[in-house]
Design a protein around this ligand. Structure first.
Ligand code: KE4
Length: 429
């Protein structure tokens, strides 16, 4: 039962739009009322009604170490003894910037902000200021936060809620955003041909996570890198999800592509609000105060977020967490595939490292259209069954599931067994 969650939600809807501080949390797309979480520890979440779940949302990606990691809490306790924010320079922000630039060869310089949205908004403004051009290319189904330029055929909650674009975006803003098809380099070349000399940047999730997980097909990122370099277009990798997730050095390490600018977030805050954008010195030095492109933030480089981010990245850098994450993620994938073999219907399971999605689709999911063609009703049944089995998935087929370093072998076994029961239930109807 989730009576206390219900009570809280009925109050929340009176004082917070939709009862939530972020739309995807509303559980509207799975036609149920949201769960209220009291606490998390390791791989587990505990709701206000005392139900326990194995968590595959991980706060939408940030908690790669798991909830309430003692090492992280220790750093938070120590750092908070010195205060919480100064609006001034601190040593930890310098150390963290240096650490990230050592891990990402494409990042000569980096600027901290407070969310992924701020990172992508700022990166696009910088690319426009650097090139003197106005238009950008994004891809259908990619989500880069709620900045005006990005809410055109966006993924994540925009896709989940079926919102066509978004009211409040002016015509002039929308016309500066061109939309390509993911994994289709010809769609990009056609847009460049039609708008030669007008395009400041191409921005994409190098591995899509916001239409569900959709990996780049062989050659797509290489072709993008080549065509943007030829045209003097700034290539922006939005690695808010993939940064420090699919590899320590993100998707750019995994696929060996160097973008001009990179956006980061989620994991680099260790669970506190954070975002960052960085890249080539030549571009970054167009940013105020050294250059004319303005960007600022009261809490940018917040010392607590920097301390937790620095500790998280240091742990990721020093340990073999990615090896363990790959082993456990692979075992989960294999277990689900075994379960699927016993069903009359097929699904698609896309995985890159410790991010994955199960699509109720008979056909491979390789782009936005094929993701959209997956069966949402089956997903809703599956989501609800898994939740009742104590498995907490993202309440949308257009999100990724994430493992953390604290997901144990037993968690994986339990999830595979629950998945088997839920697939039988879903496909038996
Ligand atoms: P935030 O502004 O939410 O910190 O980051 C925006 C963002 C930018 N780029 C990518 C690739 C992202 O995935 C996101 C945010 N991700 C969503 C879930 N896929 C956040 C969850 C939510 O909106 O509540």
């Amino acid at each position: 039962m989730r009576d206390r969650s219900k009570e809280l939600f009925s109050v929340a809807t009176d004082v917070i739009p939709g009862g939530v501080n972020s739309p995807v949390r509303a559980f509207g797309s799975v036609r149920m009322e949201p769960v209220y979480i009291r606490s998390g520890r390791g791989s587990r979440l505990y709701d206000v009604d005392g139900n326990e779940y194995i968590d595959y949302v991980c706060s939408w990606g940030p908690l790669i170490l798991g909830h309430a990691d003692p090492r992280i809490l220790q750093v938070l306790h120590e750092a908070s003894q010195s205060g919480t924010s100064f609006g001034a320079n601190t040593e930890i922000e310098v150390r963290f910037a240096r650490l990230i630039t050592e891990i990402y060869p494409s990042i000569d310089m980096i600027r901290m902000v407070n969310s992924g949205t701020e990172a992508t908004m700022s990166a696009v403004r910088l690319a426009r200021g650097y090139t003197g051009r106005s238009r950008i290319i994004k891809f259908e189904g990619c989500y880069h936060g709620h900045g005006d330029s990005f809410l055109i055929k966006a993924g994540s909650g925009v896709l989940t809620l079926g919102i066509p674009g978004s009211p409040g975006i002016t015509e002039s803003t929308a016309q500066d955003t061109l939309v390509g098809s993911y994994n289709d380099i010809d769609s990009v070349k056609a847009l460049i041909e039609a708008h030669r000399g007008e395009i400041a940047a191409v921005i994409l999730e190098p591995v899509m996570g916001n239409a569900g997980v959709i990996p780049p097909q062989e050659g797509f990122l290489e072709d993008l890198r080549e065509v943007t370099a030829e045209e003097g277009i700034v290539l922006i990798f939005d690695e808010v999800i993939t940064g420090f997730r699919v590899a320590l050095g993100g998707a750019q390490e995994l696929y060996g592509i160097e973008p001009d600018l990179t956006c980061l977030g989620k994991i680099i805050g260790g669970g506190l609000p954070v975002g960052a954008f960085g890249g080539k010195r030549e571009i970054m030095e167009h940013l105020a105060p050294v250059g004319p492109v303005y960007q600022a933030g009261t809490l940018s480089g917040n010392p607590l977020a920097m301390a937790l981010g620095y500790k998280t990245v240091s742990i990721l850098k020093e340990g073999d967490i990615y090896g363990q994450l790959e082993d456990r993620s692979r075992r989960l994938e294999e277990g689900i595939r075994e379960n699927l073999k016993r069903q009359k219907r097929s699904c698609q399971l896309n995985r890159v490292g410790s991010m994955m999605s199960l699509f109720f689709s008979e056909k491979p999911v390789v782009d936005f259209t094929s993701a959209m063609n997956s069966d949402r009703e089956l997903f809703i049944d599956y989501f609800k069954s898994m939740l009742d089995e104590g498995i907490y998935l993202a309440p949308s087929p257009f999100e990724a599931s994430f493992l953390s370093a604290s997901h144990s072998e037993e968690d994986i076994d339990e999830t595979i067994e629950a998945n088997g029961r839920c697939l039988r239930e879903v496909f038996s109807d």
